[in-house]
Every structure is written in structure tokens, then in C-alpha cells.
Design a protein around this ligand. Structure first.
Ligand code: IPE
Ligand code: IPE
Ligand code: MG
Length: 260
């Protein structure tokens, strides 16, 4: 993607750029309300922030971005909001998929998509197939996703595919390949916009050692500089993975998988 760098913040050093960023894109409704617009206007504007985030991630060399688009609890919203969100997902995916493909982006959708209408399910499947060999960035959309659902579906699949395990204690490494994102590194940085300080049933297992960053910025206002602020905060943290600070400064163990 072209770099129209309007940012005022310095680009952080490549070496300490998080490899995987997971985002709860919250605050669309409040953004709209502040402007006396219907909530859907906030969701629509939120898709511009997604585009901008993907572009910034590519510019910064971040290989994995995971976005929470619709939680398993969001079905509790008014029916017209749910149906407009589904329609928006369909329209945006149709409109953007070729562009994502041209930019060598792999799109994946995690969550229980079987609850979606057939046209949306088919579009998700064909978009994943079209982009499955792309290598620049893996963009994962969590849709009808819940962290508890993920752990349970992983456990159930493991039991179905390896019934002999029922007799034994299963280990973390038995289970992780069955998680929705079992084949990609766990997030280094979690960002939640919109001011709430909770996980809302997003990635429960995978966030075990992720650095958490909360901002009051509403998702439609989250721009390139907001991302860089989050990354600067990430860079100021010391990731200890249970060890002492002294051990960390002497250690050559930078990676989460090696550390845990
Ligand atoms: C997040 O924005 C988007 C979805 C959950 C789909 P919200 O719609 O939750 O916005 P607020 O929290 O009401 O402002
Ligand atoms: C979490 O946001 C889900 C998404 C951003 C898709 P919510 O706005 O639904 O979360 P709660 O209900 O306030 O915790
Ligand atoms: Mg919300």
C-alpha cells in the first residue's frame, strides 16, 4: 500500500514492533451518538479505521492483525442493529476483498460463522480461499467469536479427532493446534478503544501474556498516530514472562513461546 505518511509520531524501531496486534474496536455507537447520527453511521465510519489500521500495519511491518468485529454476545443487541451489522460485513467484504488480495493480504475469519446467512458464509469461504497463499499480512476477523467458545470448540474437536486422549490428561500443546488461531503467534499487543477496560470474551487463552493497552479514543477516531501511541506504550514495557527484571536484562530469550 502507498505510504501517505501524514503522521507526526516517529516510526518505532522495527526490532521491537509487535508481530501480532489484536484489537477490540469499541466505541462506534458513542461516536455516532456524539454526532447525533444513528449507531450504524458509527459502524460505517469504523470500517475506515480498519482500512487505515491495515495500511499502517503493512507500513510498520506487522505481520498479524486480529480484529474483534462481532462477539457471540452481540446477538443480544436490537435486531435491526444486528441485521445492519451483518449487511455491512457483507458489503465491505465484497468491496474490499480484491484490494486485500492485490496487497498480498491473507484474510481469515474466526468464530462460529455457521450462524450467519448463507451468502455471508459463502463470501467468507471464498475470500479465505482467494487469499490463502498471501504472505504480507494475515488479517483475522473475529466474527460471532467468543473466547470461551474457542476453548470449548478446540477441546471438542480434539476429543473427536483423538478419542484416545479422553483417557489421559491433555496438555497445552495438545489443545493449542485446535484453537481458532492455533497456527499463528499469540498477540504481543492488545488494544481496546472506547474507554472500557475489559476483555469482553475476546481471546481468553491467547492473551495470557499479551501487553494490554486501553485508550479512550473511540474506534472511528483511531488513526495512524493512535496506533503509534499504542506501539510506543508497548515498547516501554518489559515483558518478563514470570522472570525477574534482572534475568530479563541478561537473557537472550525474547520470544513468548520460548519463555512460557
Ligand atoms: C463496537 O462498537 C462495534 C461492535 C460491537 C460491533 P459499539 O457498537 O460497541 O459502540 P459503543 O460501545 O456502543 O459506543
Ligand atoms: C466487544 O464490544 C465486541 C466488539 C468490539 C465486536 P462490546 O461493546 O460489545 O463489549 P461490551 O458488551 O461493552 O463488553
Ligand atoms: Mg461497545
Amino acid at each position: 500500500m502507498s505510504n501517505t505518511n501524514s503522521s507526526t509520531l516517529a516510526i518505532p524501531e522495527v526490532g521491537s514492533i509487535p508481530q501480532h496486534i489484536a484489537v477490540i474496536m469499541d466505541g462506534n455507537g458513542r461516536w455516532a451518538r456524539k454526532k447525533l447520527l444513528p449507531r450504524i453511521a458509527g459502524h460505517r465510519r469504523g470500517t475506515d479505521s480498519v482500512r487505515s489500521l491495515v495500511k499502517s500495519a503493512i507500513d510498520l511491518g506487522i505481520p498479524y492483525v486480529t480484529l474483534f468485529a462481532f462477539s457471540s454476545e452481540n446477538w443480544r443487541r436490537p435486531a435491526d442493529e444486528v441485521s445492519m451489522l451483518m449487511q455491512l460485513f457483507l458489503t465491505v467484504l465484497k468491496k474490499e476483498i480484491n484490494r486485500l488480495h492485490r496487497h498480498n493480504i491473507r484474510l481469515r475469519v474466526v468464530g462460529d460463522v455457521s450462524q450467519f446467512d448463507t451468502p455471508l458464509q459463502e463470501l467468507i469461504r471464498s475470500s479465505e480461499q482467494l487469499t490463502e497463499k498471501n504472505t504480507q499480512l494475515t488479517l483475522t476477523i473475529a466474527a460471532n467469536y467468543g473466547g470461551r467458545w474457542d476453548v470449548l470448540q478446540a477441546f471438542n474437536r480434539l476429543m473427536r479427532e483423538c478419542p484416545e486422549k479422553i483417557e489421559q490428561d491433555i496438555s497445552e500443546s495438545d489443545l493449542t493446534p485446535y484453537l481458532s488461531m492455533g497456527n499463528i503467534p499469540e498477540p504481543d499487543l492488545f488494544i481496546r478503544t472506547g474507554g472500557e477496560k475489559r476483555i469482553s470474551n475476546f481471546l481468553l487463552w491467547q492473551l495470557a501474556y499479551t501487553e494490554l493497552y486501553f485508550t479512550d479514543t473511540l474506534w472511528p477516531d483511531f488513526d495512524e498516530d493512535s496506533l503509534k501511541e499504542a506501539i510506543l506504550s508497548y515498547q516501554s514495557r518489559e515483558r518478563r514472562f514470570g522472570r525477574t527484571s534482572e534475568q530479563v536484562s541478561q537473557s537472550s530469550w525474547p520470544s513468548i513461546s520460548a519463555a512460557i
